[in-house]
Design a binder for this molecule. Structure first.
Ligand SMILES: [Zn+2]
Length: 438
């Protein structure tokens, strides 16, 4: 995405403006000029967008996305991944460094940023690896990678097993005031595992992934964070005890944040059985027990879990067709996240739109120290426009993503992203919203 380009002056009229940063929730008009939220223009030629009945909010941010480039363009590209992002209402995505080569050197981070400026539909924030080659041993050059534009550091896909490597990494992250994002998993406890360890895995005869693998690494890390400091972010939290560990760490004042994926809120290990071992229910961390999913929802509602992320993990149909045991872990999520968050938070009667939006725009920004997006005059015009009433059926064939690996095909959902503006440019418009523009 080229941040310098902005085509139109816009008047977005009559929408429900919800801005968690300004504690704003009310019907009104919003103006966009020169890529920013603006005051009403005196004379300029204005393009209007009729937003009556729609929600107009600061753009959504996804802190956990796999764009697969460099090296994995058969699964997804920066172009298709960011097209999926804006279709799902996201105006910024942080991309994980488990690419080929991994983002462990400044030139690789710079390549991703340059490619995103060229072909990206939204802003892309690269996350750099913690260790060279993501091998868990020698540390990267944190200062150089930060200088190249790395937002944070993670060996996502793997946890950092070695205590001394993790301790040293926290010191380095602390020294440059960045954040370490940990995929919490002690690999010794997940060897050969393909789904959550428990009665369902036993019934299916599939290898189990012990929830202790996640919890033990979080406990070890929290001990080290207590000793060394350094901002620490638990990726895709998925077990009840993991949520409780983060809750206690926050109460103790540790610099800890965490995130949860819609699939860990809406699905559980029984769905693997009921789907007939559909590999689109295979991800890492795996779908947990119903009690774990309920604890994640509670953690989201009480503020223990800071934000919602997708862990968008594209794979080809061929890769996913190799059976549950052999198929790669991961599902896509960018184009279904808002509707699933609505299901968990609002259709359930447990929360409201200002909360849902905060969990997907300002809270993720704050977790990683980014400026929170806002509708305030002068702010970059990154906007997500949502039809909260729209009912639709999830159809992977209509996704902008190159990939189709979702367990939600055919699911009836409510609420849909109808338009996404990035830096004042209309980057996504659902066909239903076409007549709203004049
Ligand atoms: Zn991960």
């Amino acid at each position: 995405m080229n941040p310098e380009k902005h085509a139109h002056t816009w008047a977005i009229q009559g929408g429900r403006l919800i801005d968690p940063v300004q504690h704003l929730d009310g019907v009104g008009d919003l103006y966009v000029a020169a890529g920013r939220i603006a005051d009403p223009p005196a004379d300029a030629e204005v393009q209007t967008f009729d937003a009556r009945g729609l929600i107009v909010a600061p753009g959504l941010i996804d802190l956990h996305v796999h764009l697969r480039e460099p090296g994995g363009s058969h699964k997804e590209t920066i172009a298709t991944g960011t097209a999926a992002a804006v279709a799902g209402g996201f105006t910024s995505v942080a991309c994980m460094p488990n690419t080929t080569p991994p983002l462990d050197a400044p030139e690789h981070v710079e390549w991703v940023s340059a490619e995103a400026r060229k072909v990206g539909a939204c802003r892309v924030l690269p996350i750099a690896a913690v260790t060279l080659g993501r091998r868990g041993g020698e540390l990267v050059d944190f200062e150089a990678l930060r200088g190249a534009g790395a937002l944070a550091f993670s060996d996502d896909g793997d946890g950092i097993a070695d205590d001394q490597v993790m301790r040293a990494a926290l010191r380095r992250v602390r020294a440059i005031d960045s954040v370490l994002i940990q995929h919490c998993q002690d690999a010794r406890l997940t060897q050969g595992g393909v789904m959550h360890a428990g009665p369902v895995a036993d019934t299916l005869g599939l290898g189990g992934m012990d929830p202790l693998a996640e919890e033990a690494m979080i406990e070890r890390d929290l001990e080290l964070v207590g000793q060394e400091g350094g901002r620490y972010h638990v990726a895709h939290v998925s077990t009840a005890r993991a949520v409780e560990l983060v809750r206690q760490a926050k109460a103790a004042g540790l610099p800890v944040t965490t995130e949860v994926c819609p699939h860990h809120l809406t699905l559980c290990d029984r769905d693997v059985l009921e789907s007939g071992k559909d590999p689109n229910y295979k991800m890492n961390p795996p779908l947990r027990s119903p009690a774990d999913a309920a604890a994640c929802v509670e953690g989201l509602l009480d503020g223990t879990i800071d934000c919602i992320v997708t862990d968008h993990a594209p794979h080809t149909a061929e890769e996913k067709a190799t059976g549950f045991d052999r198929a790669p872990f991961g599902i896509i999520g960018l184009e279904t996240a808002v509707a699933l968050a609505y299901e968990v938070l609002i259709a359930s009667g447990r929360s409201d739109w200002p909360t849902l939006l905060r969990l997907m725009n300002s809270a993720p920004a704050e977790a990683l120290g980014l400026p929170a997006p806002t509708l305030a005059t002068g702010a970059p015009a990154d906007l997500t426009i949502i039809d909260p009433q729209a009912r639709w059926t999830i159809d992977p064939d209509r996704f902008a993503s190159k990939a189709r690996n979702t367990p939600y095909a055919g699911r009836e959902v409510t609420s849909r992203v109808v338009a996404t503006f990035v830096n004042g440019q209309l980057r996504h418009l659902h066909p239903d919203a076409q007549p709203r523009m004049t």
